[in-house]
Design a protein around this ligand. Structure first.
Ligand SMILES: Cc1ncc(C[n+]2csc(CCOP(=O)(O)OP(=O)(O)O)c2C)c(N)n1
Ligand SMILES: [Mg+2]
Length: 428
């Protein structure tokens, strides 16, 4: 566990307890070298009037370099040929899906979309988890769902809000959720998932389930109050939760450098007494190894862990954004060429002799065809029935909604063409 920055509060807490139990004398206290106030357990007295502003920057854990070469053979990823190939195929499929759905939004066929270009190595974190671990995402974690087995049909049905959408058409596109895959539904207000993740992890601890929670969020979301509430709660209650910060350099148009002044998000984990690691977020194996070690700490020791994964958002923020308004094309091109998570994984696979040079073309072609088929099928399906608007919230509909539903039903019956009722599944 030496790669994690560990806290030493348990020992300090014991010392404090003994100290508080002992009879107090002023002379005795003044001779002490360490501060024994209950709010700071490991501090030495100092006679320098000095404000602490910066400490050494937290290092970035890396397994392979940008040419896919493992730097320390002790950290050679323990992954079978088939599993490693599946991870890379999922990265390629994610790219193919993003390209098709981004274009579909541009053609007005779906209302909104967000891509993961540049952040495909996130898939490494999903590969390190148990399928029963609960995932709380932000919105740019489609790769995690792919790795867990969410099908292309399920992605398309959600983006089309059709009658097969697991969310019954009640959410914007990309707000996926799957009870079967233990993936909590995405919600738009930033950082709300963070205290929820701590709460879910606390419930797991109480159940003794030996599972953990992983909670993804961006560095921009970490400016929300919910981030601080969620981390402090997890630290003080000992919740088995992995906080995974995707630091991709931007929160829409705000660059990270303007978002905070400290040493990234990782320094905040230490501030909360949470075991913390910063990783190269374009190195799928660094992510995999760090998440696996974090999971062990969470499950075996009931500890929260913070992973800050440094990466770069190659895509626009969403289809509602044009990033050329606030960053140069050259900056984006340089990143995609210099440090590309796909190229690094591909080079690693080729170094192992597990991938042929021409396979990318074939896999991408097959993935695109599968995406287009799922897309065409989803487009043909009807929208969810109007009655779905009233279900799954109240056990029994409240009188206001009973009245409203009767009014809506009457209007749909009276003006079927105006409301295009044939495009919707039947309510009966
Ligand atoms: C509470 C709240 N404030 C503002 C927004 C608008 N908003 C949506 S995404 C976003 C940027 C988030 O950036 P980051 O967390 O870094 O994630 P990234 O998009 O980079 O993956 C903002 C400000 C929101 N959805 N919720
Ligand atoms: Mg960001």
């Amino acid at each position: 566990m030496s790669r994690f920055l560990l806290r030493s509060s348990t020992a300090s807490r014991l010392v404090l307890r003994q100290h508080l139990a002992a009879p107090f004398s002023t002379a005795h206290a003044l001779q002490r070298k360490k501060v024994m106030f209950p709010g700071a357990l490991d501090s030495s007295y100092s006679h320098d009037l000095k404000f602490v502003s910066n400490v050494e920057s937290i290092p970035t854990y890396q397994v392979m370099d940008i040419d896919g070469k493992v730097l320390d053979h002790a950290h050679e990823p323990q992954m079978s040929r088939d599993d490693a190939r599946t991870m890379y195929k999922n990265m390629l499929t994610l790219n193919a899906m993003d390209s098709v759905l981004y274009e579909a939004q541009r053609q007005g066929r779906i209302s909104f979309y967000m891509t993961s270009f540049g952040e495909e190595a996130l898939i490494g974190s999903a590969a390190a988890l148990d399928p029963k671990d609960q995932v709380f995402g932000q919105y740019r974690e489609a790769g995690v769902l792919l790795q867990r087995g969410f099908t292309l049909e399920q992605f398309m049905n959600q983006c089309y809000s059709n009658e097969m959408d697991l969310g019954k058409g009640r959410q914007m596109p990309v707000h996926y959720g799957s009870k079967e895959l233990n993936f909590q539904t995405i919600s738009s207000p930033l950082a709300t998932q963070i205290p929820q993740a701590s709460g879910a992890a606390y419930a797991m601890r109480r159940d003794g389930s030996k599972q953990c929670v992983i909670c993804y969020f961006g560095e921009g979301a970490a400016s929300e109050g919910d981030f601080h509430a969620g981390l402090n709660m997890a630290a003080t209650l000992g919740c088995p939760v992995i906080f995974y910060c995707r630091n991709n350099g931007y929160a829409i148009s705000t660059p990270s450098i303007e978002q905070y002044r400290g040493d990234g998000i990782a320094s905040r984990g230490i501030g909360y007494g949470i075991d913390t690691i910063r990783v190269d977020g374009n190195d799928i194996w660094a992510i995999y190894e760090a998440t696996k070690a974090a999971r062990k700490l969470a499950v075996e020791e009931n500890k929260p862990v913070l992973i800050e994964a440094m990466t770069y958002r190659v895509s626009h923020h969403s289809t509602s954004d044009d990033s050329s308004a606030y960053r140069s094309k050259k900056e984006v091109e340089d990143w995609s060429k210099r440090d590309n998570p796909l190229a690094r994984m591909r080079a690693w696979l080729m170094n192992k002799g597990w991938w042929e040079a021409n396979e990318d073309v074939e896999v991408t072609k097959a993935a695109k065809a599968a995406v287009l088929k799922a897309f065409a099928d989803a487009e043909k399906l009807k929208k969810p029935a109007a009655k779905e608007m009233y279900e799954d919230v109240y056990d029994e509909l409240i009188p206001e909604l009973v009245r409203e539903k009767a009014e809506v039903d009457a209007l749909l019956k009276k003006y079927p063409d105006y409301y295009q009722v044939n495009d919707f599944a039947k309510s009966a």
